[in-house]
Design a protein around this ligand. Structure first.
Ligand code: ADP
Length: 291
């Protein structure tokens, strides 16, 4: 791996010696490394078992977020695809800092500014990934259609194919997909979303500046993003206060939150298994009527 990394750093113009290279903890999917050359510090992820445009999608998402100038993201210096026995790599700026008293509120405020970047349609220009699962996209005029057909339906089909849709759950999912319109009241703006915003996908940088990492961007209901931040314990209160000072939560947020969390729970059911089944069922019991 060291030689591959050295070659790639040379390709982006850093021919200085590598002083340090160590594997870092944390990546669910990829092997991650801290690399220090005489010139600078890098964060590098490598993986062989990923679809070809995996790191391209990550780099594109980070570019789009950066372009909003609302919130910091690491600079991406290089990416490629796995080829034969060689791992694909993404090389980015190493982010290193400590959470300060204002980090969490800056995270909330900057996210609200990022969400104020709108598109005229929902979805995204290309397919992305959620974990390693494919996330089909395309652009849609209607949010509910996008959420039903590109979000819930593919995860439902994957779960069924993996044998994780016992009869009642399957019937409830089918019923929900058929009646989901009734839970919404009109259109919502298509906001730029990080798309995978759990507690492990932001970092504190210099001066406690919050950085977003590892996005799966698309345009959609900002309530969907906030619902995911609340799924596994929630972000600290300062985050929500600061967010709401910029953009109050939509009036329907509490009613719809579990319906949005359902998507991520289905993803977890598909990646990690039946441990997430009871959480899926609890939401289906609330939103899916069986005759
Ligand atoms: P994966 O795609 O495998 O889930 P992540 O992109 O989430 O990997 O990164 C794994 C961990 O590495 C993160 O939780 C974070 O702690 C750390 N990390 C990610 N990006 C950087 C970076 N640019 N600089 C420093 N550490 C990082």
């Amino acid at each position: 791996m060291e030689q591959v990394i050295k070659d790639r750093l040379e390709a982006i113009g850093d021919t200085s010696a590598i002083d340090r290279l160590r594997q870092t903890a944390g990546g669910d999917i990829n092997q991650a490394f801290y690399v220090e050359s005489k010139n600078r510090q890098y964060f590098i992820k490598g993986n062989q078992d990923i679809p070809s445009h995996f790191f391209k999608a990550e780099a594109r998402g980070l570019d789009i977020i950066r372009d909003t100038q609302a919130i910091a993201v690491p600079e991406v210096l290089y990416y490629d695809e796995p080829s034969g026995a060689e791992k694909g790599l993404i090389i980015m700026e190493w982010i290193n800092g400590k959470v300060t008293e204002t980090t969490i509120e800056r995270l909330g405020r900057n996210l609200a500014f990022m969400h104020s970047n709108h598109n005229n349609r929902h979805g995204f220009e290309e397919d992305t990934f959620i974990g390693t699962l494919p996330q089909p996209n395309g652009f849609f005029d209607n949010w509910i259609t996008y959420y039903r057909d590109q979000r819930l339906l593919p995860q439902f089909e994957t779960a069924a194919a993996k044998g994780r849709m016992p009869v009642i759950r399957r019937k409830q999912m089918e019923s929900l997909l058929n009646s989901i319109d009734s839970w919404f009241n009109g259109e919502v703006p298509a906001s730029l979303l990080h798309g995978d915003l759990w507690g492990g996908n932001w970092l504190a940088g210099p001066d406690g500046e919050p950085y977003l990492i590892d996005p799966s961007v698309f345009y959609g209901d900002r309530a969907f993003e906030l619902a995911f931040t609340e799924l596994f314990g929630g972000f600290p209160n300062d985050f929500y206060h600061a967010y709401q000072e910029i953009s109050p939560l939509p009036y329907y947020y509490q009613d719809i939150k579990p319906l949005y969390q359902l998507y991520y729970l289905l993803v977890h059911l598909n990646i990690f298994g039946e441990a997430y089944g009871s959480s899926v069922d609890r939401i289906l019991n609330r939103y899916a009527k069986l005759n």
